[in-house]
Design a protein around this ligand. Sequence first.
Ligand code: FPP
Length: 265
Amino acid sequence: MIGNSDSNRPDNSSLQLPRHIAVVMDGNGRWANKRHLPRAAGHKAGVNATRKIVENCAKSRIEALTIFAFSSENWNRPKDEVSSLMSLFITTITAEVKKLHKKNVRVRFIGDRLRFSAKLQDSINNSEALTENNTGLTLNIAANYGGRWDIVNACQQLLIAVQEGGRPAEIDEAALNSFMALSDIPQPDLFIRTGGEQRISNFLLWQLAYAELYFVDTLWPDFSDDDFDAALDWFSGRQRRFGKTGQQIQQERGQQQADSSSVAQ
Ligand code: FPP
């Protein structure tokens, strides 16, 4: 278990938990503005909230957490903000990776890393190599990532596969999915965005097809243990239908319960 265990926290063992949570960590800049601090201070404070959600996911035995650290559009921010984010990534990865490794967390990056400095690419590659065989939480960090980029990238690979002897008729959802980021883990079932905006902002466009979308006004650096619990609680109350009717889902549940009680007898 990562971090301090807090016996005052609610027991969520009876909740329907998500297997994979995806988070847009929005609001760092506004958090800093409110305190008359530079935006970089907001991003630094955001790292503490990031550490906390990683700990909470590991504690709650969530299988995967994917966080949007830097979008392909974030290069358009003022030069000094981009460069302070790059330095923050290097220091944070270097400072955190050994601790994450000790906690059995597998760290992976998604996005086009080739645009980053050699130093940042080194720390990304090293953190993945160190933790690749870990079996606890999978922490995916989206960096220079865009949902549309991901789809285009997958299409390019699919085209290569077709040119190497595949047939266009073999292109189906499963084939395209196999070239998308995160195709080897369950798709996100809970999407959280902090900071009050209600949009996906070119995050995991393909992968979020059936995710439950949870928006909260809290600015990312203020996202607390209670906010995390509230999101899990909300998710637990959602009925996930995947195109079926509510009645079908209830019948399936009844059937599953009947099957499991007959196995137990
Ligand atoms: C969005 O808030 C936040 C970001 C673009 C950066 C998020 C990065 C971190 C929290 C650092 C995590 C570090 C690692 C290594 C994973 P914003 O600046 O858009 O906020 P605003 O909407 O209030 O301006």
